[in-house]
Structures are given as structure tokens and as C-alpha cells.
Design a protein around this ligand. Structure first.
Ligand code: GTP
Ligand code: SPV
Ligand code: MN
Length: 614
């Protein structure tokens, strides 16, 4: 077997050498490439993909060192129905996951991977999720036959020799990936090899391994991200008493210079990247970014919750991103970035819906055809991959192995009705219930019915590696683990309310979300008023700074409205949903649901809400 460097020179870790040798025997690649993680390696791989016609180098004047890829039209997003949790017992995967018997699945995978890399290079990527050496970080080894995956992992993770040097005798998470397209002798490769008919994204939580076959896109293939940092990590976190969450992490500083850190969980394509890099419309307020998708949180000696971002880059939704809506994301992707399924302009730059008011002329759309007004130029789940350190507001503690202390936890989803702009949980148990009750209209981030409302507890529905009922239990008991008196406050937000005609959003969103963050910031210090309602505490209209927004009184009322009839239905809907967990549903959730029901009915009978002002 032809190696770029002798294996023994590259690593002394016996388990790693065995892992690599076993997978060579199984996948039968043409040769093996052990990654170093250097810029030269990245450039060489990209150059080769340009030569092979798989990538287009973008205009170096406009977007230095950046590349365009278009995927197979069948391979454009995560495939949840092909994602499996293969725990020993079915009950440990729970009703929200696809479970499969681990032995049967192993046989299926061994058959699929047998010879799957024939005619291709097998790349070995050592990577660290989290700063190398942090007690919160964990190491993975991804074996893949996709150079596109290697280049994305260069940006999304800390990877290469520095990780191998650190690994020594430590354990690592085994991540196996193949696009599932072996090449016969003299067979010409396709531009985006994949096997859409046979996609398997499989997790073995007990042996902490991941096997992904048939897809080259995003979370299906960049195995450090959803597969490791959420599905496998959530099972590790449950066992070891920490949290692995689908959350952004941001720093927020008020005009007086006081700084806090918040985390927020919204389902896929519901605004995490945007909020993580928010450019505040209120003078004097500052946001800094730690992460835009995943948070690992552990309790430190001070009894508080501290968070790190396990990733090193952003894999962000392109459509809708503009200098107006997300200035800092646009700055982050000005160079050294990878673009997948966006449109190509005639001067070899990228474009997507929402980037500019006017469409450039003569574009090639994401399918490689001449763009016409009838079709989308970019796929709705087109993505950019950009280094986090290019974000102009990256936080100074982004690389801090300790992480940052968390003062507030925010949940949210895409709801055109029912859920108000913002409300606050009464306490930790109620806050956990808010997380459990997240539901959201589906987006293009996963294959499915776009726009359909679905329950997505904690925005973790596709990402929880174990029984969601046990996950609720883990959260319900987590307050007892934090010995600090100041537990994070918990909030729920909805940027996506629509008016009766369902035309536009009634809240301006984006930069103006700082107005809601300001209220939360001041609630953490008990410095601003609130109104107690049946569902939680909401701002009084005068507690929310809406100066200069030109919102009518009617709109403001609608933004903060609690329609008790609709909430009565919402409670029934939640009760119905939670019944899928049968007798595993924790008492704490049942108790919170009953309390919510009682409060709603009581308020309905009074039809007048008590108001508290501090
Ligand atoms: P994933 O990477 O899939 O986890 O998505 P995400 O949660 O990071 O979502 P992102 O910030 O990329 O936003 C997804 C879409 O929602 C984009 O098209 C945004 O333009 C849009 N969006 C984000 N924030 C807001 C907001 O405050 N208001 C409105 N109306 N749209 C928003
Ligand atoms: C998401 O779908 O939540 C993403 C994109 O962040 S992916 O990495 O494909 O999961
Ligand atoms: Mn995400």
C-alpha cells in the first residue's frame, strides 16, 4: 500500500495504527494519505480538485483563495430518515431516532464499505473538537475518500499533525466515511461522487463510532459536526454530567461595559449563525461570537456552566446572508472559503438569493445551468465554509480552553403564530420544559416537508444520540449539579411571527434582535420589568426598547400577545406529542405541562392578567 508518509513515522498510537490498517483491508483504497493539516496540503488538494473539474477557483481579486463546488442534485442536505442510532437496546435510541440492531447494521456496513474506496485515495484526518488540550475537548479520526471533506475539515476543525502529536496513547472517536463510489480501473470519476440510494449515517453510541456511507454533503460527511459533536457527544455528556447542545454562543456587552455570555438553541436554518454574529442596531451594545452551531458545556469549580465551541469554522446557510442582514458573516466569507451549491457569477464570484437586491446578469445556477428567473440560483441549503477567526467580531476567548461562563440559555423556533417574540421561564424546571416544547416550521437544512410544523425538542430532534426522554431527565436534574447561586436564566424567542395575511414577518429581526437580547441581559440582573403570564414572564411594552422601529401599537401587541385559546390547543398538542415517550417521560415534564394547563385555564377564566413591575 502506498502511503504519503510511513505510518510509523506519523503516529506511534497502537490503536490508531490498527484502526487505519483494518480500514485499509476493508475499503481497499488505491493509496493512503495521512493528513498534516498544513496550508500546502489544503492548496494541493484544492488544486487537484480544480484540475479534475470538481471545484472552480473563484476570482482571486474578488474572493481570494476560495472555491466553488456543486453537489449531486440528490445530495444537498442531511438525510434524517437515513440516520441511525444503533444502541444495544432499542429503548436507548428512543422514539425520536431510527434504531437498528447494531450487529445487523455492522454486517450491512461491512458489506457496503468492502472495497468502497477502490481506485480512490483514503485520507486519514486527525481532528480535535475544541481547542487542542482543553479538558473540554475530544479527539476524532475521520477516514474518508473525499478530498472535499478533507478541505472542509481543515476549516471546520483543528486538525492534522498537531492533533497526532497530542494524541499519544489517548482514545479517539472512530469516524468512517465513504462517498460510496468505488472506481474500476480506467473508470472516470463523477464530479460529486455519492450513492444517494444507499445512504447510511450510522452511530454506535456504546462503542463511540460513526459510519457514514453514500453522501458527501455537510453534516452527513463532515463527521466532527453533527455525528460526533452532537449525537455521540450527547451520549458522552449524559454519562459524564455535561451538555452537548445545538447552540450558538455569544458575548454581549452593554454600554456600561458589562459583559455576559448567552447560548441559544434554534432548529436548523432558524437563525443561530445570524444571532451569533449580530450587528446591534442599539448604540453602545456589542456582540462577540464564540460559536454559531454547537456548544459543549461543563460545570467548572465555581459551580457555573462554562461553554466552548468545539468547531473552528462556520458551515453557514448562504441564502439570506447579506451585508445588511449579517455583515459579520459576509466579512468572514470574503476569503479562504468554500461555497457549495451557490450560484456562480460571470466574473467567477458567488451569489445567492438575498445577497444583493438586484440579481447579477448571466449567472450559472447551482445545477450548472444558465440561471433563469423562474428557478432558484442557489439551492436553499447552499452553504459557505469559512474560518471562525475571519469573523470580525470573534471573541477574544474563542480559543480559551476554559470556555466562557454562561448567564442565559435561549430556545426558539420558527412559528408564524402562537409563540410571542420573547418570554422568560419561571425557573430551571420550567426552562427545561420550554426546551422540551420547541416546535418549528421545517427548513431546507434537511430533506423533508419545508414549512411543516414539527416538534424539535431543544432543537436536538435530529441530533440527540439517545432516548430523548432520558435527555429531558438529564436537563431536569442539571440545576442540582450547578452549585452556583446564579443559575443561567432561560428564555424562549420567536423572530418569525407573521401578520394575519401571512405576508411578511412582523418583527424586523436580525440587528434589531439586540432589543430582545437587551431585555434578557437586564432580566439576568433583575434590572428591568416584566409581566407574569400563563406561559412565562414577558416584557411590558415599555420594557422593550423599540425606538426608531416604527412599529404600530397593534404590531407591538401582536408581538407580545398570549392568545389563551391558542395556548389551550398548544397544551393539548404538546400532551399528544409527549405521549410518544410513554412511561419514560419524566415526571418533571408532566408536572410542567399540567401546571401550564392550569395557568392557561385559570387565566382564561379570569380573562385579565396580573401585572408586576419592578
Ligand atoms: P443551521 O446552520 O442550519 O443550524 O442554521 P442557523 O440556525 O445557523 O440559521 P441561520 O442563522 O443561518 O439562518 C437561517 C435563515 O434564517 C437565513 O436565511 C436567515 O436569513 C434567516 N434568519 C436568521 N435570523 C433571522 C431573523 O431574525 N429574522 C428573519 N426574518 N430571518 C432570519
Ligand atoms: C444543520 O442542519 O443544523 C447544520 C448543517 O448546521 S449540517 O452540518 O449539514 O448539519
Ligand atoms: Mn445546525
Amino acid at each position: 500500500m502506498d502511503f504519503n508518509i510511513p505510518l510509523d513515522e506519523w503516529t506511534a498510537n497502537k490503536n490508531l495504527k490498527k484502526f487505519i490498517k483494518d480500514k485499509i483491508d476493508l475499503c481497499k483504497p488505491k493509496n493512503v494519505y495521512l493528513c498534516s493539516g498544513t496550508k500546502e496540503e489544503y492548496d494541493e488538494l484544492m488544486n487537484q480538485m480544480v484540475i479534475d473539474g470538481k471545484a472552480i477557483k473563484l476570482n482571486d481579486q474578488k474572493r481570494p483563495n476560495s472555491y466553488f463546488f456543486k453537489s449531486d442534485p440528490e445530495d444537498v442536505a442531511r438525510v434524517e430518515e437515513r440516520t441511525f442510532i444503533c444502541s444495544e437496546k432499542e429503548i436507548d435510541a428512543g422514539p425520536t431516532n431510527n434504531w437498528h440492531n447494531p450487529n445487523e447494521m455492522k454486517i450491512k456496513l461491512l458489506n457496503l464499505f468492502d472495497g468502497s474506496m477502490q481506485g480512490r485515495t483514503m485520507y486519514v484526518i486527525p481532528f480535535s473538537m475544541g481547542p487542542i488540550g482543553s479538558d473540554k475537548s475530544h479527539i476524532g479520526i475521520e477516514i474518508t475518500d473525499s478530498a472535499y471533506v478533507v478541505c472542509n475539515m481543515h476549516i471546520m476543525t483543528r486538525m492534522g499533525k498537531k492533533v497526532i502529536d497530542h494524541l499519544k496513547d489517548e482514545d479517539f472517536i472512530e469516524c468512517m466515511h465513504s462517498v460510496g463510489k468505488p472506481l474500476q480501473e480506467n473508470e472516470k470519476d463523477t464530479l460529486w461522487p455519492c450513492d444517494p440510494e444507499n445512504r447510511y449515517i450510522v452511530h454506535f453510541p456504546e462503542e463511540k463510532s460513526i459510519w457514514s456511507y453514500g453522501s458527501g454533503y455537510g453534516g452527513n460527511a463532515l463527521l466532527g459536526k453533527k455525528c460526533f459533536a452532537l449525537r455521540i457527544a450527547s451520549t458522552m455528556a449524559k454519562k459524564d454530567g455535561w451538555l452537548a447542545e445545538h447552540m450558538l454562543i455569544l458575548g454581549i456587552t452593554n454600554p456600561e461595559g458589562e459583559k455576559k455570555y448567552f447560548v441559544a438553541a434554534f432548529p436548523s436554518a432558524c437563525g443561530k449563525t445570524n444571532m451569533a454574529m449580530l450587528n446591534p442596531s442599539l448604540p453602545g451594545w456589542k456582540i462577540e461570537c464564540i460559536g454559531d452551531d454547537i456548544a459543549w458545556m461543563k460545570i467548572s469549580e465555581d459551580g457555573r456552566l462554562w461553554a466552548i465551541n468545539p468547531e473552528a469554522g462556520f458551515f453557514g446557510v448562504a441564502p439570506g446572508t447579506s451585508y445588511d442582514t449579517n455583515y459579520n458573516a459576509m466579512k468572514s466569507l470574503e476569503k479562504n472559503s468554500i461555497f457549495t451549491n451557490v450560484a456562480l457569477t460571470q466574473d467567477n464570484d458567488v451569489w445567492w438569493e438575498g445577497m444583493t437586491k438586484n440579481e447579477p446578469e448571466n449567472m450559472i445556477n447551482w445545477l450548472g445551468k444558465k440561471h433563469s428567473k423562474e428557478e432558484k440560483a442557489a439551492h436553499p441549503n447552499a452553504r459557505f465554509t469559512s474560518p471562525a477567526h475571519q469573523c470580525p467580531i470573534i471573541d477574544k476567548d474563542f480559543e480559551n480552553p476554559k470556555g466562557v461562563p454562561i448567564s442565559a440559555i435561549i430556545f426558539g423556533g420558527r412559528r408564524d403564530d402562537v409563540v410571542p417574540l420573547v418570554y422568560e421561564a419561571f425557573d430551571w424546571q420550567h426552562g427545561t420544559f420550554l426546551g422540551a416544547s420547541v416546535s418549528s416550521q421545517m427548513t431546507a437544512a434537511a430533506k423533508g416537508n419545508i414549512g411543516k410544523l414539527r416538534h424539535d425538542p431543544f432543537a436536538m430532534l435530529p441530533f440527540c444520540g439517545y432516548n430523548m426522554a432520558d435527555y429531558f431527565d438529564h436537563w431536569l436534574g442539571f440545576d442540582k449539579k450547578m452549585t452556583s447561586k446564579n443559575l443561567p436564566k432561560i428564555f424562549y424567542v420567536n423572530w418569525f411571527l407573521k401578520d394575519e395575511n401571512q405576508k411578511g414577518f412582523i418583527w424586523p429581526g436580525f440587528s434589531d434582535n439586540i432589543r430582545v437580547l437587551k431585555w434578557m441581559f437586564e432580566r439576568v440582573d433583575n434590572k428591568v420589568g416584566f409581566k407574569k403570564t400563563a406561559i412565562g414572564n414577558i416584557p411590558n411594552i415599555e420594557d422593550l426598547n423599540v425606538d426608531g422601529l416604527n412599529l404600530s401599537k397593534n404590531t407591538l401587541e401582536k408581538l407580545l400577545e398570549i392568545d389563551l385559546d391558542k395556548w389551550e390547543k398548544e397544551v393539548l398538542e404538546l400532551k399528544n406529542y409527549f405521549s410518544i415517550f410513554k412511561d419514560k417521560l419524566p415526571e418533571g415534564i408532566i408536572d410542567q405541562l399540567n401546571k401550564l394547563n392550569e395557568r392557561v385555564l385559570k387565566e382564561k377564566s379570569k380573562r385579565c392578567e396580573p401585572s408586576y413591575k419592578e
